[in-house]
Design a protein. Structure first.
Length: 317
């Protein structure tokens, strides 16, 4: 009400919900000296509404007010997306973590990315509710050649295996400008990883950092991924597979030892913390590191290789 009072010729648009709410707001406006005509109640479009019509309504407004503590969720991201489409935005970094964004919100943001009017380079959508349809829209937009996005974090969104499969389009695209992709914590298993490995293309020279921690990657997926990095994606610099949900095992460690020891690989950072590689896996990676002249880091809260080797030394004493 204070905003309406201080801003001449402004109106407040609210979703029409019930008559009691409308009457209370109009009474409150009257007490503040605000004409009831300046409060507009917009009706629902119905259960099977036209989504494009829904988005068009945002263009009639100049400002979206996202309330606290109960926010606008997907509606807020849709409104933000339509604001960005005006073409005057200079926004480059957008963090939307924990915003309850679903597929519709992701589609709206994808429309922005593919419009050619957005300057966004960093988009963080971690810990939301984006599933297959939303992932597909984002991957298509990033691969369109119109997006300037270089960093995408879509970690911890879906619990359904297969929802991240559309990311194969990015891996095979020569139009993508994405440098870093985080798809950790999305229940990605060996079948998806094999599909990713199959899609990897030397034509995509932009993507150099891939984060896939806290998924469901086992030995078969790790072997397919390591072979793809070695033979099809030699420019990858950082690969993150941390977390005990990923269990790449001894054979996975063996596969990545080949990557580390190869002159064809650019990999300088490999995260395998808590990946259940065992003593033998740790020794295999240690041997590969000692044979390679390159500096390869194996970071994490507790370095598995050092932990296993130190434990072995204590046992020998």
């Amino acid at each position: 009400m204070n905003i309406l009072k201080k801003t001449q010729n402004s109106v407040l648009c609210l979703l029409k919900t019930n008559e009691i709410m409308e009457k209370n707001l109009i009474n409150e406006a009257s007490k503040k000296g605000i004409n009831s005509d300046r409060i507009v109640f917009i009706p629902y479009l119905g259960q099977n509404y036209d989504y494009e019509m829904h988005l068009q309504r945002f263009k009639l407004c100049n400002l979206f007010l996202d309330t606290f503590p109960y926010g606008g969720h997907t509606t807020a991201s849709e409104a933000l997306s339509n604001g960005l489409l005006v073409g005057k935005s200079v926004l480059k970094v957008l963090h939307l973590r924990y915003c309850n964004i679903g597929n519709n919100g992701a589609k709206a943001l994808a429309t922005v990315l593919s419009s050619g009017k957005s300057l966004l380079t960093t988009l963080v959508l971690a810990t939301n509710y984006i599933e297959y349809e939303g992932v597909f829209a984002l991957a298509t937009a990033i691969s369109s050649g119109n997006s300037q996005l270089t960093h995408l974090d879509i970690s911890y969104n879906t619990t359904t295996p297969g929802d991240m499969l559309p990311m194969t389009e990015i891996f095979s695209s020569e139009n993508s400008t994405l440098i870093e992709l985080d798809i950790g914590g999305n229940h990605i298993g060996d079948d998806e990883v094999k599909a990713f490995a199959e899609a990897f293309s030397p034509k995509n020279t932009a993507l150099t950092t891939l984060r896939m921690g806290e998924n469901r990657i086992k030995q078969e997926g790790a072997i397919a991924l390591a072979r793809a990095v070695l033979f099809k994606w030699p420019h990858l610099i950082c690969l993150d597979l941390w977390g005990d949900r990923n269990q790449i095992g001894e054979f996975g460690a063996w596969a990545f030892a080949d990557v580390i020891s190869s002159d064809n690989s650019s990999l300088t950072e490999l995260w395998v913390e808590d990946d259940v590689i065992g003593d033998s896996g740790a020794q295999i990676l240690e041997d590969a590191l000692s044979q390679n002249g390159k500096i390869v880091e194996l970071p994490g809260r507790s370095d598995n290789i050092k932990k296993y080797l130190e434990r072995n030394k204590l046992a020998q004493k």
